[in-house]
Design a protein around this ligand. Structure first.
Ligand code: AMP
Length: 118
């Protein structure tokens, strides 16, 4: 490991165990360790960008791959029709804590509203 390795790079490399839901050539999807809904899966591009803004600018095809994997995760989890939410927290005030872009796929029950804290 080098200091450049983020938590998610170590998960993708298998150095930290994860509950894998789906993987393909460019993306990796695994269950969030602190789920905020019955289904809560993180979809991460194997190549690291800091956030979705950087990913969009640098590699729109890879962003499309991430969104396609989100849809695949929803199908695997049986929530593609019932409904699901895709969230990209972006920078500090959004609550982003891991600076390797990731989509949260949330569903499996009626979701609440979201926005301001408290
Ligand atoms: P964010 O706050 O948008 O950066 O999301 C980071 C997410 O990573 C949080 O929802 C955490 O619960 C999740 N997380 C942190 N460590 C792990 C881990 N080892 N395995 C799975 N999910 C994790």
């Amino acid at each position: 490991m080098t200091s450049a390795d983020t938590l998610f790079e170590r998960i993708i490399a298998g150095e930290i165990p994860s509950d894998v839901v789906h993987e393909d050539e460019t993306t990796f999807a695994f269950r969030d360790i602190n789920p905020q809904a019955r289904v809560h899966v993180l979809v991460v591009p194997r190549k690291r960008y800091r956030n979705v803004a950087e990913l969009t600018e640098a590699d729109p095809q890879l962003l499309a791959d991430v969104l396609r994997s989100c849809r695949r995760v929803a199908e695997i989890e049986g929530i593609a029709e019932s409904g699901y939410r895709v969230v990209f927290n972006t920078n500090a005030e959004s609550g982003q804590t891991v600076f390797h872009v990731h989509a949260h796929v949330l569903g499996g029950e009626q979701l609440g509203l979201f926005g301001r804290f408290g």
